[in-house]
Design a protein around this ligand. Sequence first.
Ligand SMILES: Cc1cc2nc3c(=O)[nH]c(=O)nc-3n(C[C@H](O)[C@H](O)[C@H](O)COP(=O)(O)O)c2cc1C
Length: 230
Amino acid sequence: MGISPWDAAEPPGDDALARLTLDGFWQGARLLLAEGAETPGSPLRKPVLSTVDADGAPRARTVILRRFDPEDRRIEIYTDARSAKAGELGVRPVAAFTFYDPRREIQLRLSGRAALHTDDEYAERAWRTLGPRNMADYMARAVPGTPDSGASGPSPDTAMAAGEGDEARRAAAKTNFAVLAFTYDRLDMLVLGRATHRRALFRWTTSPASTPDGATSNLAAPDGAVWLVS
Ligand SMILES: Cc1cc2nc3c(=O)[nH]c(=O)nc-3n(C[C@H](O)[C@H](O)[C@H](O)COP(=O)(O)O)c2cc1C
């Protein structure tokens, strides 16, 4: 049996929930985000990413959490550089991620800023980790989200031509691949216990950056933490 209230795939017990400190809550958020990035079957692996479009309207979609770095307060997902979300972030680089774990009845809401990496070291490193199935996601010739007339799978217009060499197909797909890197400065965590609910807000006012001498300062801990009425 685990000693942490976050170990079990069920809501933390009411006693454990009542005893938690703000720091314990924050450590829980870190553990849950790490689980999402590392555990394929976890519901925390599939958050909803929200952006704002050019008209100021909200846009939300499910994505796969690929990486979580608590020291840099950074989350990464992979996407198509031609997608609507990429364009939206180019205009307004603000985003929110919403995670919900129905087993534990926990919601995490992170907001902050997002940047796209294409054709740089980041994108290169991530691209090398992709298997052929994932690479194929970026092979569509037509722009994702545009009207598609084909009812029975991709047409020659929308997919790479069948005769094209693997190498050429992969090179073309790579230009469409982007790492979306998100840095949060606000995290709202809500836990619905059986009898009690608990909610806390964590905030960061400093940038996660290395100090001039190269040593990374401890910026992972929030510089503002408060319980909220749930
Ligand atoms: C389970 C699931 C996981 C998904 N993962 C991703 C992902 O990691 N990256 C991505 O760009 N789209 C992903 N999608 C597709 C998006 O939800 C969305 O349809 C697509 O990215 C287009 O969004 P946009 O037009 O707002 O840019 C996923 C969809 C589902 C249902």
